[in-house]
Design a protein around this ligand. Structure first.
Ligand SMILES: C[S@@+](CC[C@H](N)C(=O)[O-])C[C@H]1O[C@@H](n2cnc3c(N)ncnc32)[C@H](O)[C@@H]1O
Length: 257
């Protein structure tokens, strides 16, 4: 069946690098990634959707050999600036996780911070899995995290605007964000509207559309695409995935490895 529309949008302010960094200061995933990405320090690592380097920079500081790839040029510009300031030599690539060619293979590829929710159709997800496979060494590891969709939460968040963030950016803007969401049950896209107020003035409504991935479908999709799930955690403390888990965190190998 062809869905009538998988049109989607991510508003520009979402990935305005300074606004992004001011909001995303929670680093509770760093220790988890540090542990899983360091089986030995010579491992070649690729981070897909590296953004402004929130994880890339501290991981490179921990001596990991990491390359970052992202589709948004302004996010990469900020990542490169931070790397330069920290005197780190990180290879940042502009590219699309669905279809990239790096002429290289990696020991570990990871997609952190819920970024697969930007893959809106199964075909985009499968293209990404195939691109990962192409760039993964035989014994390689593929790791990613995303939400465990909470339909009750989404339904309750569709009734009224709720303030979710209030902070000042590095470049001096005071940002307030209010959120409301609507779940579209044919495409499985959660249409999230963020209402931005900058320096006390309403600025705009920005879309943050997120494709929801249900646990059983993700398990099956990984299997169909040639991956074996070595671990599935429900949070970054590595507790087992259960019905109450907020997150789905996958550590995968290629099948037969
Ligand atoms: C939630 S942010 C995560 C950024 C960073 N990994 C972090 O932990 O802060 C999602 C990132 O995915 C990038 N992105 C979205 N679609 C992409 C695609 N098809 N290919 C590569 N990057 C993409 C965005 O530009 C954005 O930087």
């Amino acid at each position: 069946m062809q869905l009538k529309s998988i049109t989607y949008k991510v508003g520009q302010l979402l990935y305005d690098a300074k606004i992004y960094d001011g909001m995303n200061t929670d680093m509770s995933d760093l220790e988890f990634y540090k542990k899983w990405l360091s089986p030995d320090n010579n491992a070649k690592i690729l981070e897909l959707c590296c953004g402004t380097g929130r994880l890339t920079i501290p991981l490179a500081k921990a001596n990991l050999n990491i390359t970052g790839l992202d589709i948004t040029e302004t996010m990469l510009t900020e990542a490169k600036k931070k790397a330069k300031e920290a005197q780190l030599d990180i290879d940042f690539k502009l590219g699309d996780m669905r279809d990239f060619q790096l002429d290289d293979q990696f020991d570990i590829i990871f997609i952190p911070f819920n970024s697969i929710h930007h893959l809106y159709s199964n075909s985009d997800l499968f293209k990404t899995f195939q691109s990962v496979k192409k760039h993964l060494k035989e014994n390689g590891i593929f790791i990613f995290d995303c939400f465990n969709p909470n339909i009750q939460f989404i339904a309750e968040s569709g009734t009224h605007l709720k303030e979710i963030s209030n902070y000042q950016t590095d470049d001096g803007r005071v940002i307030k964000i209010k959120e409301i969401m609507t779940y579209e049950s044919d495409s499985q896209i959660n249409r999230i509207d963020w209402h931005y107020y900058i320096n006390g003035q309403f600025d705009s409504v920005q879309n943050l559309d997120m494709r929801m991935y249900f646990p059983q479908e993700l398990d099956a999709y990984l299997n169909w695409n040639g991956f074996r799930i070595a671990h599935k955690f429900g949070n970054f403390k590595e507790e087992k995935f259960t019905k109450d888990s907020d997150k789905q965190i996958f550590v995968c190998k290629l099948k037969n490895h």
